[in-house]
Design a protein around this ligand. Structure first.
Ligand code: SF4
Length: 76
């Protein structure tokens, strides 16, 4: 389970986040490319946008579900 006390600092404020255990496997980017992206030096990904629609929330949930390291959280 992702740890909200270890969020990547670039996540935009809100319930969805990536924590510091991201291993950069990239699979979440296929599910939520409109919400998540690489940081500048491509060492992790983060939420640059919080979901605002049911479709975006579903995309974020798919990203959470496929993350092999359980690095994505939605508990703020
Ligand atoms: S799926 Fe998880 S480990 Fe892979 S890049 Fe996304 S947040 Fe990081």
């Amino acid at each position: 389970m992702a740890d909200k006390n270890s969020k990547q600092p670039e996540n935009v404020p809100g319930p969805w986040y990536v924590d510091t255990t991201c291993s950069l496997c990239r699979v979440c980017l296929d599910e939520a490319p409109n919400l998540m992206k690489y940081n500048a030096d491509e060492t992790y990904v983060y939420f640059f946008k919080q979901p605002e629609t049911p479709e975006e929330t579903a995309a974020a949930q798919r990203a959470l579900d496929v993350c092999p390291t359980l690095s994505i959280g939605n508990d703020g």
